[in-house]
Ligand binder design. Structure first.
Ligand SMILES: N[C@@H](CCC(=O)N[C@@H](CS)C(=O)NCC(=O)O)C(=O)O
Length: 219
């Protein structure tokens, strides 16, 4: 079947794929979603993007966008009814800088805190402590910005970063609850229980080559 819609290779629980799906939902950009099993990636994904990470968006003209943040910017650049690229405070450059901090050092600490066994010599407690600075910084921003990272309403940075904060929070929920971060907890709670989050995190069966994917965003 030839389709005029972009094809999104996605994995439900991947925080990078989540942020791409959030932007596709916010922009109303329709696509064909193909749920991937990471240990058994489809040949079509590998052909489109040999680096073989999700998310990957294949455009109808054959163009390939294989970085989650670029998928967000592409979708929102086409249609941005909620103003995710026009935050109430600051601008896109500042948002991208904060996302880079998340994807850089914070993600490293998260991986070593969550899966110390995959990183020889890693001590979970040390990496948790090293992730605290980023989270405490978010708490300050949320208090100053009246509830969101760049002002009073959600923007690109909130949805790009929240999936990673959620993973960090879930490693040891009791520890996270005990931290002096009420604004961060409320931000996470509100985002993760909101309709856009729920719409973007529905469960789909793995895609099989030759079969159509599912229409995304869901109706
Ligand atoms: N920089 C990439 C990172 C994407 C990424 O690392 N995704 C993980 C899943 S969360 C992945 O596909 N890993 C490859 C694998 O597990 O085989 C992006 O922003 O899209």
């Amino acid at each position: 079947m030839h389709t005029a819609l972009p094809v999104l290779y996605s994995f439900r629980r991947c925080p990078y794929a989540m942020r791409a799906r959030f932007a596709l939902v916010a922009s109303g950009q329709r696509c064909e979603l193909r749920e991937v099993v990471l240990r058994d990636k489809p040949a079509e994904l590998l052909a489109a993007s040999p680096k073989a990470t999700v998310p990957v968006l294949v455009l109808p003209d054959g163009g390939v966008i294989d970085q989650s943040l670029q998928i967000m910017l592409w979708a929102l650049g086409r249609h941005d009814p909620e103003g995710w690229l026009r935050p109430a405070r600051g601008g896109v450059g500042e948002m991208l800088a904060l996302v880079a901090d998340c994807d850089g050092d914070f993600k490293q600490q998260l991986d070593r805190y969550k899966y110390p066994e995959r990183h020889p010599g890693a001590d979970a407690a040390v990496h948790r402590a090293q992730g605290v600075g980023f989270l405490a910084g978010l708490e300050v921003r949320l208090r100053e910005g009246s509830g969101h990272l760049f002002g009073a309403r959600p923007a690109l940075a909130d949805l790009a970063i929240a999936p990673f904060v959620r993973q960090f929070a879930q490693v040891d929920a009791a520890w996270f609850e005990a931290q002096p971060w009420p604004a961060l907890r409320e931000w996470l709670r509100a985002l993760t229980t909101g309709a856009p989050w729920l719409r973007a995190t529905l469960k789909y069966p793995p895609w099989r080559s030759g079969e159509p994917g599912v229409a995304f965003p869901p109706a």
